[in-house]
Every structure is written in C-alpha cells, then in structure tokens.
Design a protein around this ligand. Structure first.
Ligand code: PAF
Length: 281
C-alpha cells in the first residue's frame, strides 16, 4: 500500500490510474479507524479497481473549544487496517498543504447545514464540505463512500456533489454497531466504562422508536417522547425527526424519515440515528 503526502503526487497518481482505465473508490476519514471505516474500505475495494483512503484531521470542521487537539491520531494502526481492507493508497496530507497561509475559500451548503448538528456546531458542515471538495479535486474518485451514522453529513455531501457537478457517485453504507447496539465512533475512545454503559441509552431509544414506527406510529411527538424518555439521564443536544434529504423537521413520519439524536456523555459528543422509509402500499 502506497502512502502519499503531497497534493500534486496524489493528483498525478490518480490521473495515471484514470488514464489506465482504473476506477477509483475513495474513503475520506480522519483516522482512528474502526469497523465502520473498515466496512467502507471493504466495499470500495470490491467495487473499484483501486481504493484511496484519506487520513486527515480537518481543522476547519472543529470550533476552537472542540477536540481538534485531543482527536485520536493512530496513523500506524490505521495503515494496517486500511491495508488489510484492500486499500491501494493512503492520502495523508499536511495541514499547511491544504490550508496554507491566506487560505480564504469555503464551501457552504445552505439550509442542510443549519439544523441538527449545525445548531451546536455552526462551522462544522462548512468545514466538511470544504475539505471533501478539496479531497475530491485531488483524489479524483469515481465513487466515494460514507457511513450513515453521519446522516446529515451524507445529506450535505450528496447535495454538494449534485450542486457542484462533481460527477462522483456517493455511496452510503449502514452504521456499524457494537454487539450491544452502540454506534461505532472514533470518539467512543473517550468514554469510561460507566459512560459507555450510559451511552447505550441513545441506541436503545432509537430502536424503541423504530419499533413504534414499524408498528404504525406516525406522530413525531410520540416518537420523540420515546427517545427522550430513554435518554433522560444524558446531557441531550437534540432529538429530532426530520426529512432525510432536506433535514427539515417532520410533524408526522412520512417519506424517508431520519430520527437523529446527539448527546454529550463525559467528554464525548455522540451522535446516532435511524432512518425509516414509510412503506408505499
Ligand atoms: O466523517 C469524517 O470522518 C469527516 O467529517 C470527513 C468526511 C473525513 C471530513 O473531514
């Protein structure tokens, strides 16, 4: 597996692969890889001739008071996992190469970026959309893979890819969970054993609400109450039912609904969601 640090080297490598007729799959990450990332890499390696995974802790998606400095950096372990999953090349640029002095250009996906996580992290999606644009422009992939745990991020990237005519296929894969239901996240490493046990209230609440929806409940109020009751012991950021594409609040479950929750557990801000598509009869 090749490790590429330079922007021009990355672009040249990708152009060469494209000229040779190889399809390029791309898995953008901030490292601290877990089985969720591994599932994206595995899928990409299966569906494309070559796979590039990026490892870059992107400063522009963190506010000054957030965990940019503390974010786990485990480069050697990450490379081992990526290689095992069939990744062909790792792109790990330096911060100064992506954001040199005088950097001034940002991508903002209006509307989708403001609700849910955007409320407590107002610059987050601008940072994500900007870095993903820069990575797309360098890696030149045919397909890019994202996890549905970050459902709002997926909606932002889908819309950005469409609006900016990237011509890249966005593939979203299901959230990978621990056997007890906890959604896998690099930030789970921050949890003490007690906090980890408390964090299970998030997935428990979402699963209960999912059963309610499957049984025919359509009132957002009733569904949100179920999750709120289950998560009562946590420091809740939000629990919301929204349309999965527009991220606009729903009063009733309809179309493709996204039930999303975020809470602080100890030092970790955790997010999770389930998506439910109302069957058309
Ligand atoms: O999901 C992530 O890990 C990050 O937000 C991403 C897409 C790699 C951009 O930094």
């Amino acid at each position: 597996m090749k490790i590429i640090r330079g922007k021009s080297e990355m672009r040249a490598w990708s152009l060469e692969r494209r000229c040779a007729g190889d399809s390029i799959g791309f898995v953008p990450t901030m490292g601290a890889l877990h089985e969720g990332h591994a599932s994206l890499m595995r899928a990409s390696a299966k569906e494309n001739r070559v796979t590039v995974a990026s490892i870059f802790v992107n400063p522009t998606q963190f506010a000054p008071h957030e965990d940019f400095n503390a974010y786990p950096r485990t480069f050697e372990d990450d490379c081992r996992i990526a290689e095992d999953m069939g990744v062909t090349a790792i792109y790990a640029p330096e911060k100064v190469s992506l954001y040199p002095d005088g950097y001034a250009t940002y991508v903002n996906v209006e509307g989708l970026s403001e609700g849910l996580c955007g409320r407590s992290r107002p610059i987050f999606f601008r940072g994500v959309a900007t870095v993903v644009t820069k990575l797309f422009n360098t890696v030149l992939p045919d397909r890019a893979y994202f996890g549905m745990k970050d459902a709002q991020q997926c909606a932002v990237i889908r819309r950005m890819t469409r609006d900016l005519d990237f011509g890249i296929e966005i593939i979203e894969l299901p959230t990978v969970r621990e056997p007890d239901g906890l959604a896998m996240s690099s930030r789970n490493r921050y949890l003490t054993p007690e906090e980890r046990a408390q964090a299970l209230a998030i997935s428990r609440g979402l699963f209960k609400a999912e059963s309610q929806m499957k049984a025919g409940e359509r009132s957002a109020e009733s569904i949100l109450k179920t999750v709120r009751d289950e998560m009562a012991g946590l420091n809740i950021d939000y629990i919301e039912l929204v349309d999965a594409d527009t991220i606009q609040p729903l009063e009733r479950v309809e179309g493709r609904a996204l039930l999303a929750a975020a809470a602080w557990v100890g030092k970790a801000r955790l997010i999770d969601n389930i998506q439910y598509e109302v069957p058309t009869s």
